[in-house]
Design a protein. Structure first.
Length: 329
Protein backbone atom coordinates (compact mmCIF):
# COMPACT_ATOMS: atom_id res chain seq x y z
CA UNK A 1 0.00 0.00 0.00
CA UNK A 2 1.33 3.41 -0.90
CA UNK A 3 2.13 5.96 1.75
CA UNK A 4 -0.72 8.20 2.75
CA UNK A 5 1.00 11.26 1.42
CA UNK A 6 1.24 9.73 -2.07
CA UNK A 7 -2.34 8.41 -2.28
CA UNK A 8 -5.20 10.16 -4.05
CA UNK A 9 -7.10 12.68 -1.92
CA UNK A 10 -9.99 11.21 0.00
CA UNK A 11 -11.52 14.64 0.60
CA UNK A 12 -10.66 17.74 -1.40
CA UNK A 13 -12.09 21.18 -0.65
CA UNK A 14 -11.67 23.75 -3.42
CA UNK A 15 -12.34 27.47 -3.04
CA UNK A 16 -15.01 26.98 -0.38
CA UNK A 17 -16.84 30.20 0.48
CA UNK A 18 -19.67 30.46 3.02
CA UNK A 19 -21.81 33.57 3.47
CA UNK A 20 -24.66 34.05 5.93
CA UNK A 21 -27.51 36.43 5.17
CA UNK A 22 -28.52 38.35 8.30
CA UNK A 23 -30.67 41.36 9.12
CA UNK A 24 -27.53 43.46 9.36
CA UNK A 25 -26.17 42.31 6.02
CA UNK A 26 -24.06 39.50 4.63
CA UNK A 27 -21.48 37.85 6.92
CA UNK A 28 -18.66 36.10 5.10
CA UNK A 29 -17.64 33.26 7.44
CA UNK A 30 -15.28 31.35 5.11
CA UNK A 31 -13.45 32.73 2.09
CA UNK A 32 -11.80 30.80 -0.75
CA UNK A 33 -10.71 27.88 1.44
CA UNK A 34 -8.88 24.92 -0.12
CA UNK A 35 -7.28 21.82 1.40
CA UNK A 36 -6.98 18.06 0.89
CA UNK A 37 -7.21 15.04 3.19
CA UNK A 38 -5.89 11.55 2.52
CA UNK A 39 -6.50 8.23 4.22
CA UNK A 40 -4.46 7.74 7.37
CA UNK A 41 -3.80 11.47 7.77
CA UNK A 42 -4.85 13.84 10.53
CA UNK A 43 -5.41 17.40 9.35
CA UNK A 44 -5.26 19.75 12.32
CA UNK A 45 -7.37 22.89 11.86
CA UNK A 46 -6.35 25.53 14.37
CA UNK A 47 -7.50 29.11 14.87
CA UNK A 48 -9.17 31.45 17.29
CA UNK A 49 -12.92 31.54 17.91
CA UNK A 50 -14.81 32.89 14.91
CA UNK A 51 -12.12 31.98 12.39
CA UNK A 52 -14.45 29.67 10.44
CA UNK A 53 -13.30 26.24 11.67
CA UNK A 54 -16.69 24.85 12.71
CA UNK A 55 -18.50 26.48 9.78
CA UNK A 56 -16.12 24.65 7.45
CA UNK A 57 -16.91 21.31 9.09
CA UNK A 58 -20.66 21.96 8.97
CA UNK A 59 -20.38 22.85 5.28
CA UNK A 60 -18.61 19.54 4.60
CA UNK A 61 -21.33 17.66 6.47
CA UNK A 62 -24.09 19.56 4.65
CA UNK A 63 -25.58 20.78 7.93
CA UNK A 64 -25.80 24.49 7.11
CA UNK A 65 -29.27 25.90 6.58
CA UNK A 66 -29.17 26.74 2.88
CA UNK A 67 -32.12 29.08 3.33
CA UNK A 68 -29.79 31.49 5.14
CA UNK A 69 -26.34 30.37 3.97
CA UNK A 70 -24.74 30.63 0.53
CA UNK A 71 -22.13 27.90 0.03
CA UNK A 72 -19.99 27.98 -3.11
CA UNK A 73 -16.92 26.12 -4.32
CA UNK A 74 -16.40 22.35 -4.35
CA UNK A 75 -16.28 19.68 -1.64
CA UNK A 76 -15.10 16.51 -3.37
CA UNK A 77 -15.44 13.22 -1.51
CA UNK A 78 -13.86 10.43 -3.56
CA UNK A 79 -14.39 12.62 -6.61
CA UNK A 80 -18.07 13.40 -5.91
CA UNK A 81 -19.00 17.04 -5.24
CA UNK A 82 -21.12 16.99 -2.08
CA UNK A 83 -22.47 20.48 -2.80
CA UNK A 84 -24.22 19.27 -5.96
CA UNK A 85 -26.00 16.29 -4.36
CA UNK A 86 -29.69 16.20 -3.57
CA UNK A 87 -30.57 16.09 0.16
CA UNK A 88 -31.55 12.41 -0.12
CA UNK A 89 -28.22 11.57 -1.80
CA UNK A 90 -26.25 13.51 0.80
CA UNK A 91 -28.02 11.69 3.65
CA UNK A 92 -26.73 8.38 2.31
CA UNK A 93 -23.15 9.67 2.64
CA UNK A 94 -23.46 11.73 5.82
CA UNK A 95 -23.02 9.53 8.87
CA UNK A 96 -21.94 6.51 6.83
CA UNK A 97 -18.94 7.66 4.77
CA UNK A 98 -18.34 11.08 6.34
CA UNK A 99 -19.04 11.36 10.05
CA UNK A 100 -18.58 13.99 12.74
CA UNK A 101 -17.89 14.17 16.47
CA UNK A 102 -19.60 17.33 17.68
CA UNK A 103 -18.19 19.77 20.19
CA UNK A 104 -20.77 19.34 22.97
CA UNK A 105 -21.86 15.72 23.43
CA UNK A 106 -24.36 16.61 26.16
CA UNK A 107 -26.21 18.88 23.73
CA UNK A 108 -26.10 16.27 20.95
CA UNK A 109 -27.36 13.30 22.95
CA UNK A 110 -31.12 13.31 23.56
CA UNK A 111 -31.71 13.41 27.33
CA UNK A 112 -34.90 11.29 27.14
CA UNK A 113 -33.45 8.32 25.25
CA UNK A 114 -30.97 5.70 26.38
CA UNK A 115 -27.48 6.05 24.95
CA UNK A 116 -27.54 2.58 23.40
CA UNK A 117 -30.85 3.27 21.66
CA UNK A 118 -29.48 6.49 20.15
CA UNK A 119 -26.45 4.67 18.75
CA UNK A 120 -28.72 1.88 17.47
CA UNK A 121 -30.80 4.49 15.68
CA UNK A 122 -27.66 5.66 13.87
CA UNK A 123 -27.01 2.04 12.85
CA UNK A 124 -30.51 1.60 11.43
CA UNK A 125 -30.30 4.89 9.51
CA UNK A 126 -27.85 3.34 7.05
CA UNK A 127 -28.29 -0.42 7.41
CA UNK A 128 -31.29 -2.72 7.02
CA UNK A 129 -30.92 -4.62 10.27
CA UNK A 130 -33.26 -5.63 13.05
CA UNK A 131 -33.58 -3.60 16.23
CA UNK A 132 -31.80 -6.37 18.15
CA UNK A 133 -28.87 -6.37 15.72
CA UNK A 134 -28.65 -2.58 15.88
CA UNK A 135 -28.51 -2.68 19.70
CA UNK A 136 -25.87 -5.41 19.53
CA UNK A 137 -23.77 -3.18 17.26
CA UNK A 138 -24.27 -0.26 19.66
CA UNK A 139 -22.97 -2.31 22.58
CA UNK A 140 -20.04 -3.51 20.46
CA UNK A 141 -19.06 0.06 19.62
CA UNK A 142 -19.41 1.29 23.21
CA UNK A 143 -17.09 -1.51 24.26
CA UNK A 144 -14.66 -0.62 21.45
CA UNK A 145 -14.35 2.98 22.66
CA UNK A 146 -13.64 1.93 26.23
CA UNK A 147 -17.00 2.15 28.03
CA UNK A 148 -16.83 -0.35 30.92
CA UNK A 149 -19.70 -2.86 31.20
CA UNK A 150 -20.96 -1.68 27.82
CA UNK A 151 -24.03 -3.95 27.75
CA UNK A 152 -25.24 -2.46 31.04
CA UNK A 153 -24.17 1.15 30.42
CA UNK A 154 -25.91 1.13 27.01
CA UNK A 155 -29.19 1.23 28.96
CA UNK A 156 -28.18 4.41 30.81
CA UNK A 157 -29.28 7.94 29.92
CA UNK A 158 -26.79 10.66 28.93
CA UNK A 159 -26.93 12.38 32.34
CA UNK A 160 -25.70 9.15 33.93
CA UNK A 161 -22.47 9.34 31.91
CA UNK A 162 -19.45 11.43 32.83
CA UNK A 163 -18.18 14.04 30.36
CA UNK A 164 -15.51 11.70 29.04
CA UNK A 165 -17.99 8.84 28.67
CA UNK A 166 -20.42 11.04 26.74
CA UNK A 167 -17.62 12.00 24.37
CA UNK A 168 -16.75 8.31 23.94
CA UNK A 169 -20.42 7.59 23.19
CA UNK A 170 -20.37 10.29 20.49
CA UNK A 171 -17.24 8.72 19.00
CA UNK A 172 -18.96 5.31 19.04
CA UNK A 173 -21.96 6.80 17.23
CA UNK A 174 -19.70 8.40 14.62
CA UNK A 175 -17.85 5.13 13.98
CA UNK A 176 -20.71 2.62 13.74
CA UNK A 177 -20.43 2.49 9.93
CA UNK A 178 -16.61 2.70 9.72
CA UNK A 179 -16.57 6.06 7.89
CA UNK A 180 -13.76 7.08 5.58
CA UNK A 181 -13.64 10.66 6.95
CA UNK A 182 -14.01 11.56 10.62
CA UNK A 183 -14.40 15.23 11.61
CA UNK A 184 -13.69 15.92 15.28
CA UNK A 185 -14.81 19.42 16.28
CA UNK A 186 -13.10 20.31 19.57
CA UNK A 187 -13.49 16.75 20.90
CA UNK A 188 -11.65 17.49 24.17
CA UNK A 189 -13.42 20.72 25.15
CA UNK A 190 -14.33 20.88 28.88
CA UNK A 191 -12.57 17.58 29.64
CA UNK A 192 -9.79 17.27 32.18
CA UNK A 193 -6.25 16.64 30.96
CA UNK A 194 -6.23 12.90 31.65
CA UNK A 195 -9.52 12.31 29.81
CA UNK A 196 -8.33 14.56 26.95
CA UNK A 197 -5.31 12.32 26.45
CA UNK A 198 -7.52 9.22 26.42
CA UNK A 199 -9.91 10.67 23.85
CA UNK A 200 -7.07 11.79 21.57
CA UNK A 201 -5.40 8.40 21.87
CA UNK A 202 -8.72 6.75 20.97
CA UNK A 203 -9.14 8.92 17.85
CA UNK A 204 -5.57 8.17 16.80
CA UNK A 205 -6.09 4.43 17.31
CA UNK A 206 -9.25 4.54 15.20
CA UNK A 207 -7.35 6.36 12.46
CA UNK A 208 -4.61 3.73 12.39
CA UNK A 209 -6.88 0.68 12.65
CA UNK A 210 -9.44 1.75 10.04
CA UNK A 211 -7.20 3.92 7.83
CA UNK A 212 -9.51 6.88 8.36
CA UNK A 213 -8.84 10.46 7.33
CA UNK A 214 -9.32 12.71 10.38
CA UNK A 215 -9.99 16.46 10.50
CA UNK A 216 -9.19 17.61 14.04
CA UNK A 217 -10.47 21.08 14.93
CA UNK A 218 -8.98 22.62 18.06
CA UNK A 219 -7.62 25.73 19.78
CA UNK A 220 -4.93 23.71 21.50
CA UNK A 221 -1.53 23.79 19.79
CA UNK A 222 -0.29 21.09 22.14
CA UNK A 223 -2.94 18.73 20.74
CA UNK A 224 -1.89 19.67 17.20
CA UNK A 225 1.77 19.01 17.98
CA UNK A 226 0.98 15.54 19.32
CA UNK A 227 -1.57 14.29 16.79
CA UNK A 228 -1.65 16.17 13.47
CA UNK A 229 0.05 15.10 10.26
CA UNK A 230 -0.64 18.45 8.59
CA UNK A 231 -1.88 21.75 10.01
CA UNK A 232 -4.09 24.47 8.55
CA UNK A 233 -4.06 27.78 10.42
CA UNK A 234 -7.27 29.79 9.98
CA UNK A 235 -7.99 33.43 10.71
CA UNK A 236 -10.92 35.53 9.52
CA UNK A 237 -12.35 32.68 7.46
CA UNK A 238 -9.16 32.16 5.46
CA UNK A 239 -6.39 29.59 5.55
CA UNK A 240 -3.18 31.45 6.41
CA UNK A 241 -1.04 28.36 6.20
CA UNK A 242 -1.30 24.66 5.36
CA UNK A 243 1.83 22.62 5.98
CA UNK A 244 3.20 19.63 7.92
CA UNK A 245 2.68 20.14 11.64
CA UNK A 246 6.38 20.22 12.53
CA UNK A 247 6.94 23.03 10.00
CA UNK A 248 3.90 25.07 11.00
CA UNK A 249 4.39 24.90 14.76
CA UNK A 250 8.00 26.08 14.54
CA UNK A 251 7.32 28.73 11.91
CA UNK A 252 8.23 32.34 12.72
CA UNK A 253 6.32 33.64 9.70
CA UNK A 254 2.67 33.22 10.68
CA UNK A 255 1.54 36.01 12.98
CA UNK A 256 -1.74 34.33 13.89
CA UNK A 257 0.05 31.20 15.00
CA UNK A 258 2.38 33.31 17.13
CA UNK A 259 -0.64 34.96 18.75
CA UNK A 260 -2.17 31.58 19.58
CA UNK A 261 1.19 30.42 20.88
CA UNK A 262 1.47 33.38 23.24
CA UNK A 263 -1.90 32.54 24.69
CA UNK A 264 -0.82 28.98 25.36
CA UNK A 265 2.95 29.34 25.75
CA UNK A 266 2.79 28.50 29.45
CA UNK A 267 2.24 24.88 28.45
CA UNK A 268 5.06 24.78 25.90
CA UNK A 269 8.73 23.85 26.29
CA UNK A 270 11.23 26.71 25.77
CA UNK A 271 12.37 25.72 22.25
CA UNK A 272 8.87 25.75 20.76
CA UNK A 273 7.76 28.84 22.70
CA UNK A 274 10.82 30.69 21.38
CA UNK A 275 10.12 29.65 17.80
CA UNK A 276 6.58 31.00 18.19
CA UNK A 277 7.90 34.46 19.00
CA UNK A 278 8.20 34.41 22.80
CA UNK A 279 11.04 34.27 25.26
CA UNK A 280 10.82 31.93 28.19
CA UNK A 281 12.33 32.12 31.64
CA UNK A 282 12.03 30.00 34.75
CA UNK A 283 10.88 32.14 37.62
CA UNK A 284 8.05 31.94 40.17
CA UNK A 285 4.60 32.74 38.80
CA UNK A 286 1.81 34.50 40.69
CA UNK A 287 1.11 31.36 42.71
CA UNK A 288 4.72 31.15 43.81
CA UNK A 289 5.29 28.00 41.75
CA UNK A 290 8.08 27.58 39.27
CA UNK A 291 6.77 27.34 35.74
CA UNK A 292 7.22 28.68 32.24
CA UNK A 293 6.75 32.46 32.10
CA UNK A 294 6.54 34.09 28.71
CA UNK A 295 7.34 37.58 27.49
CA UNK A 296 6.02 38.34 24.00
CA UNK A 297 8.46 39.69 21.44
CA UNK A 298 7.47 42.69 19.33
CA UNK A 299 4.35 44.79 19.19
CA UNK A 300 2.11 44.52 16.15
CA UNK A 301 1.73 41.55 13.87
CA UNK A 302 4.04 41.28 10.88
CA UNK A 303 1.08 41.67 8.53
CA UNK A 304 0.46 45.17 9.87
CA UNK A 305 -2.84 44.20 11.44
CA UNK A 306 -4.10 44.50 14.97
CA UNK A 307 -1.72 44.17 17.92
CA UNK A 308 -0.83 40.60 18.71
CA UNK A 309 -2.30 39.05 21.81
CA UNK A 310 0.89 39.30 23.79
CA UNK A 311 1.42 43.06 23.51
CA UNK A 312 1.46 45.22 26.61
CA UNK A 313 -1.70 46.90 27.89
CA UNK A 314 -0.18 50.35 27.26
CA UNK A 315 0.60 49.43 23.66
CA UNK A 316 -2.92 48.14 23.08
CA UNK A 317 -4.47 51.29 24.59
CA UNK A 318 -2.26 53.45 22.40
CA UNK A 319 -3.21 51.54 19.26
CA UNK A 320 -6.90 51.79 20.12
CA UNK A 321 -6.62 55.53 20.78
CA UNK A 322 -7.27 55.30 24.53
CA UNK A 323 -5.69 57.94 26.76
CA UNK A 324 -3.33 56.03 29.04
CA UNK A 325 -3.21 58.91 31.55
CA UNK A 326 -6.88 58.44 32.42
CA UNK A 327 -7.84 55.75 34.94
CA UNK A 328 -9.37 52.68 33.31
CA UNK A 329 -12.59 51.27 34.74
Amino acid sequence: MSAPGGSAPLLEVRNLTVRFRTRDGVVQAVTDLSFTLRRGETLGVVGESGSGKSVTSLAIMGLLNRAHADVTGQILFEGVDLLTLKPSELRRIRGRDVSMIFQDPFACLHPMYRVGDQIAEAVKAHASVSRAKARERAVEMLDAVGIPNAAIRARDYPHQYSGGMRQRAMIAMALVHNPAVLIADEPTTALDVTVQAQILELIDRVKREFNVGVILITHDLGVIAETATNVMVMYGGRAHRAAPSCVTIRSRQISRLRSLSRWQASAWPPAIAASAGTTVSQRPNRCGQRGWNTQPVGGCNSDGGEPSIGTSAASRRSTLGIDSSRPQV
